[in-house]
Design a binder for this molecule. Structure first.
Ligand code: ZN
Ligand code: ZN
Ligand code: ZN
Length: 310
């Protein structure tokens, strides 16, 4: 059993070797009997860490990922400056957040009340996990559909903690430093014509430089560090906008990821969620060059997303 961070030295690519994951079950289709996220079979997952509104009548439930690629095991060894062949135990947390007690209910079908419980669950786990010693970054994400990496189709997200700031978030922080300004504040001004929808203090934009067809970012209008700083009104507005975006994205791609970018422990990042439809997989060109081909123009993406009946 191996659970280790390793550095691929020729590209400075961080890798987690986690061979326990290869035993993951695949649950697709409405096969109630075999879904480990259903009500009544809680014992098949690791113990409940949080359930809302309560453990007996839960409508959201959190537990450690049974096939975690990060664990609170061993001692993290930070990478030294210039270290080429760095390895360290893959220390961290990796939890599953089940977002509905109804198998087969899609995220965009969840009502306001359920969505508020979902966001409250994200925020509570985010706060608890982030407060632990040694956590530099807490990251929430959602995989929906097999092409987006999901292995179970019961709606859920995952939350992880890392003892370092991962490369993508580090790059976003450094890009702001190089630009001398917040690029997400700037985005809202630059991409006005690419706005898909607005709700309260949030804007959904299809950026002109989208990496994926129909990629949509939900950006807080004000410079806010984290979704843990939302007001009650923000909570409602954000989830309504997210539901609208997910419904539209689902209309064009049943496979999608949601990447929540909050500020790490140190550093200032403008809260945003990147909704990335994954109708196609990265192929040899993308993998070997790091250059992504997006087969949809921004105008086509906006037109298609606007045309989806929600
Ligand atoms: Zn289920
Ligand atoms: Zn900003
Ligand atoms: Zn981001």
């Amino acid at each position: 059993m191996v659970l280790e961070y390793r550095l691929e030295p020729t590209k400075k690519q961080l890798v987690i070797v986690a061979n326990e994951r290869s035993g993951r079950p695949l649950v697709f289709g409405k096969t109630k009997v075999t879904c480990p996220f259903d009500k009544g079979v809680e014992k098949v997952t690791p113990p409940t860490k949080l359930a809302l509104p309560n453990e007996r009548q839960w409508r959201t439930r959190v537990f450690d990922n049974a096939f975690a690629f990060l664990k609170r095991r061993g001692k993290f060894k930070p990478m030294k400056q210039g270290e080429l062949y760095w390895t360290s135990p893959a220390f961290g947390d990796h939890e599953v957040i089940v977002e509905s007690d109804v198998h087969g209910a899609l995220y965009q079908e969840l009502g306001d009340e359920q969505l508020q419980l979902v966001l409250e669950t994200y925020q509570k786990r985010f706060r608890t996990l982030s407060a632990q010693k040694g956590v530099e970054c807490t990251y929430l994400f959602k995989n929906h559909g097999q092409k987006a990496g999901a292995s179970i189709d019961h709606e859920h997200s995952q939350i992880v903690t890392l003892p370092f700031v991962p490369p993508v978030i580090k790059e976003e922080l450094e890009a702001n430093k190089r630009a001398g300004t917040c690029l997400h504040c700037a985005l809202l001004k630059r991409e006005k014509k690419n706005v898909l929808a607005k709700q309260g203090a949030f804007t959904a934009v299809c950026p002109s430089f989208a990496r994926f067809p129909f990629e949509t970012w939900i950006v807080a209008n004000e410079h806010i560090r984290s979704f843990t700083e939302f007001s009650a009104g923000d909570n409602r507005d954000f989830m309504r906008l997210l539901r609208d975006v997910v419904a539209r994205v689902y209309g064009v791609s049943h496979d999608y990821n949601v990447l929540y970018h909050n500020s790490p422990r140190t550093g200032e990042l403008h809260f945003h969620a990147e909704v990335c439809p994954r109708p196609s997989v990265w192929a040899g060109f993308e993998l070997g060059t790091g250059v992504l081909v997006n087969p949809k123009s921004t105008e086509e993406a906006l037109a298609a997303l606007r045309a989806v009946q929600v």
